[in-house]
Every structure is written in structure tokens, then in C-alpha cells.
Design a protein around this ligand. Sequence first.
Ligand code: PCP
Length: 389
Amino acid sequence: MAAEATGKMQPGYGGTGEAMAGETELAGGGGDAAGQVVRSGPERTGPRTVKDVVSYSVDPQRVLFSATPDEIVAGWTTDVYFVKTREILERLGLADTPVVAEIFPRREGVLAGVEECRRLLMQVPAELRVWALAEGETFSPREVVMRIEGPYAAFGIYETALLGILASSSGWATAARIVKEAAGGKPVYSFGARHVHPAVAPVLERAAIVGGADGAACIMAAKLAGQEPVGTVPHALFLIVGDSVETAKAYHAIMPPTEPRTILVDTFKDEAEESLRVAEALGEALQGVRLDTPSERGGVTPELVREVRYRLDQAGYRHVKIFISGGLTPERIRLLAEAGADAFGVGSFISAAPPIDMTMDVKEVAGKPIAKRGRLPGKQENPRLKRII
Ligand code: PCP
């Protein structure tokens, strides 16, 4: 069903299993759009045998070491033991053995990554039936969050990728949910892209939005989530222009009206003083001030927020919101929100969230309940699961 639905086939699955060691250069210069050599054979189609794995080499000139979506779909990021498993099953004539596999987490959290898993499994050229909890739903330890039914050899090599997608995405989504709850309904934006490899930055910040973040600074992540990216300008612009008010005026003059008029006020002088200066300069147009006082200066404190709020109110700038970023944790967000902060930019608390370990177990083989010792044989019913493929 999956293959018919997408018209796509996983290259290599259902083929001969013969490794083709040669490289084929494409016409027109011998490279793809990224300037990399495009190969035929298992490099392109994915590993079906250990021989394929042995003959595979990674282009030493590739620009980034991260796997491309095509390489992930081909199976090159999988653990080698799944390739061996498939090779042996094929030799034994057991590749089409129908199985039920279930994925469960080790601890509670908020689920994300289901949509990527669904899209990956849609590449499988076999009849798969897949159920999962919805992204954004909470799960309990050991609750089944995804069930896959179909011929094991068709999807087994994706175990590594599926678990990795769910584990890291759910870790980030869970952290985002925690900070969002700490903010008590006030907006929280994910600024975590800078802390991870750019290949996964869109995954991270999309997961943060799934978990409850109101938006993200990373352009690709926001677009994936159907949003526009959130953010104004970093300290670099203030340092180059040389004055906060001049920077604020330039931002206001040059940026389209759709962009938020939220100005950093911690670059050169006291935050309360700078807040009043930019408020006087931009007047009604100023929507917010951002306090990002570095940890070297003690970070943003509740006392500082109270003072900035008081001085802005006293000067008639009640409409100006206070946006806080830099080293925020749930505890700090709670205190700062109480002190009058209106919105938060959170990076490291979300990006550094530990993955939530996921495990995939075969629970049924050829219609018979089975499991390794310590696990319960057969499907573990979960009425919250919804069919996704
Ligand atoms: C903010 C701040 C933190 C960034 C956000 C992420 O950067 O300096 O380092 O927050 P985190 O501490 O929770 O990870 P910007 O002011 O946007 O940029 P820059 O510091 O480069 O001026």
C-alpha cells in the first residue's frame, strides 16, 4: 500500500542483492547539485548485503558529514546488524515473514517525530500497516507509541532511523512542553538551532513547536511547521552600528512592517536606561524590549525585569512587552514570568534535552505471539493508537 500510495520505491529492496562496485558519473560534469560524485550500485540504492557494506565508501570530499534524506532512505545510516539480518532472512526465504513490531519509550514524555517516521515508512515497497500516537501527545513509560505490521525484511533496516527520529524529537518536544508550562501560557520561542548540527536544526525546532513552543528562529523549522520564523537581530548588529537607539531606528526604518519591533537593550548600557531610550525613539511603534544579559553579568534577574517594567510604565510605555532570552530554564522562566516578563526565547534547555530512549520489539511472528524474555508476547493494546499508514 505504501509504495502504491507514494509511487516511490525504496531503491534496492526487491532487487537482486548484487553489489555494483562501480561509480557512474552523470552527464554534465559528473556531479550532482552539491558537486558530489553520484554513484550507481549500493551507494545509491542502499545496502542489501554485508558485501554491499564492505564495498561502500563515503565521498571524502562531501561538504557536510550529515546524511542526506536519500542516504537515510537508502539505509546507509542504519546499524549494520539490520543489513545482516535482512541478508540472512532473504537467503533463508524468510524475508516476507509477517511480523508485528512495537515501539515503546523508557520514560514519559511528549511524542514527536511520527510524521518523519511515517514518511520514511511510506518509502517501503511492501504492504505495511502502521499505528501511532499523534505528535504532541504525552506518553507513559513502556506505552506502545507505534506499531508496525508487515514483512520484517521490508522495514527492519529502518529500526535505527525510526528509533533515533522518535527519541531525539520526543526529547526536544518534551523539553519544549516543560518550558511552555513554566511560562504559564506566555509565548516561548525556540532558539536552539545554534546548539546542534545544522542537519538536524529543522528537526529540533519543529519538534519544539510540536511540544508547545509558539515558534522558532530557524527558518526551515518554522516553514516545516507552517509558520514564519521568529526573531529580530543579534548583538552583532548593535555592535557594528554602535548605538542601541540608532540600531532600533535603522531596524524600524528598514524592516517590513510585518516584522516585530522588539529591540535588544543589553548591549551597551543599563537595560532599564536603554529600554527608555529606545521607547522614546520608537514610541508607539516599539512592541518590545529584549533582555539577554549574559551570565557573566548574572543574567536577567526578576529584580531587573521588575525595574524595567516599572520604569517603562512610569514613562507611559505600558504597551512595551519584555522579552527575555539567554540561559533560560523552567525555574528561571517561572520567576521571570512572575516578575513581569512577557515572552521567552529558549535555546539550550530544549536543544540539550536528553533523547527519550525508544525500543522496537518484535511481538508477533507469522501470526503467533512471541517476544524475547522479559517482554510480553503479542500486541500490547493501546486504544490511543491511530492508523497512520
Ligand atoms: C540569545 C542568547 C542565547 C541564545 C539566544 C539562545 O542569542 O545570547 O545564547 O539561548 P540559550 O542561552 O537558551 O541557549 P542572540 O541574542 O539572539 O544572539 P547573539 O547572542 O549571537 O547576539
